[in-house]
Ligand binder design. Structure first.
Ligand code: HEM
Length: 77
């Protein structure tokens, strides 16, 4: 299976609304910001706290798993 990369796989998971709402903490379209906060972001999406219902609701298991694979794969850009 090809490596999971930020540009191809992870960034497209983050909508423009997600990005705008979360800019007070970090930029969800920035490789560095998402990498630096990956543990906390993973926590928030895997327990369904983020994105909230107004932001489209929790990610599917596939999306959460993809994010984890990206982390486990060494945060490919
Ligand atoms: C460390 C991880 C995160 C924390 C601690 C966090 C925390 C918060 C907090 C405190 C708010 C409310 C503030 C506001 O509405 O202006 C918020 C809103 C929001 N967050 Fe997050 N967030 C995290 C990750 C994410 C991720 C990964 C996404 C999307 C993939 C996301 C999507 C949203 C959206 C869409 C809203 C706005 C909800 C509304 O319309 O009221 N957040 N977040």
């Amino acid at each position: 299976m090809p490596q999971v990369s930020f540009d191809n796989d992870i960034k497209p998971l983050m909508t423009e609304a997600d990005r705008n709402h979360m800019e007070f903490m970090f930029d969800l379209w920035s490789y560095k910001d998402v990498k630096d906060n990956a543990d906390d972001i993973y926590d928030s999406v895997s327990n369904g706290r983020m994105p909230p219902p107004q932001g489209g609701g929790p990610w599917s298991k596939d999306k959460v798993d993809l994010f984890k694979q990206w982390m486990d794969g060494g945060y490919q850009p």
